[in-house]
Design a binder for this molecule. Sequence first.
Ligand SMILES: *Cc1c(COP(=O)(O)O)cnc(C)c1O
Length: 425
Amino acid sequence: MTLAERNLKHNWHPYTQHKTAQRPIAIVKGEGALLWDEDGKEYIDAIASWWVNPYGHSNPVIANAIYKQLTTLEHVLFGGFTHEPAVELSEQLIAVLPANQNKLFYSDNGSTAVEIAIKVAMQYFFNNGIKKTKIIAFEDAFHGDTFGAMAASGISFFTEAFKDSLIEVVRIPVPTPGNEQATLEALNYHTASQECAAFIFEPLVLGAAGMVMYQPEILNELISICKKNQVFTIADEVMTGFGKTGKNFACDYLTAMPDMMCISKALTGGAIPMAITSFTQELFDGFYDDDINKALFHGHTFTANPTGCAAALASLQLLQSTEMKANIARVHERHLEFEERIKNNPKVKTTRVLGVIFALEIVTNSAESYYGTVRNKLYNFFIENGVILRPVGNIVYILPPYIISDSQLSKIYELIERALYDLEF
Ligand SMILES: *Cc1c(COP(=O)(O)O)cnc(C)c1O
């Protein structure tokens, strides 16, 4: 039996209707932007394996750092103990995070980073004897799949079965260019109620919604409205962090600063699951008290795992190298050239680029659902031709590892053009 056949006996895959889905492909090796399956077929990983892998698969710098850490101290509990990789990583991250960020809480994935942010916002007010239990979030947002993160997420069919069991979230429209006024009005309305503890948002790019983009100026305004009304702001940079937007963080495009940030995905270069929620000193101080009940009673077994921290330190070093900065700029330039070439194609509705993120919306005959037929047609076409792209409905996006070569990028662009030419939508 092949790996792909053996796999289906016991493995339940994410976001998968196993009755109708195709058999998952068994990958046996990765290097740079390439992956190989068990039959030796080669794929370009054009979405950095769900946005986690900027520096290439099986990166030797990260692998060596992990090996060294594993053979020095693989893990120690973070309750009552600490260690050099966490101390060092926190120092280095604080140096690159927005200037008001001063305390870090470690966890395992993007969803937990979001849970922690939401809990801290709510408990901050609770500790001060104030009842604020609602959260503000964008329509079409994605913040993860655990209960708090799921509540904040707006992609409805992901969360339909649980909607009666979720914390209360009020939604405001995404302020895409030309639609800012409606967002401002909705935020003014909801912040005035004094019932909302926090506003959570994906800064500048809503990833899972299909790389939907909006401008920093409007986000500055939204953050300042929240500040005026004592609503904490949570920038969910789980997708956008570590260079994807062309700067270290999407928040680096802002003049306003969020109270909290959630980071994960590329934090360890895609090697080890790890996440961090960062906070202002003010938030931390809201828990600092002689009363033990005011502490944040939250933790995860692998909080600040030393091996994860070592992988993150190596990743940060890679991100800050001149070589990686040049790669980010190069991918961005190539995307702009491609956008210029394709934007007038009659099958293309809109295009957008930020940093290494490129997205185009295809003209279709009918409204397109998230996992609908257009999406499946495109996905299969790309896979057959050795490129991993996962369209969202009729939106095709590219978010490659930064180290992707020019010829690999050209192959992705040409394949998208061929898809537009060959396929009927
Ligand atoms: C992926 C993602 C999450 C969830 O992260 P997981 O590690 O999958 O739990 C949260 N927020 C954003 C913006 C994401 O892209």
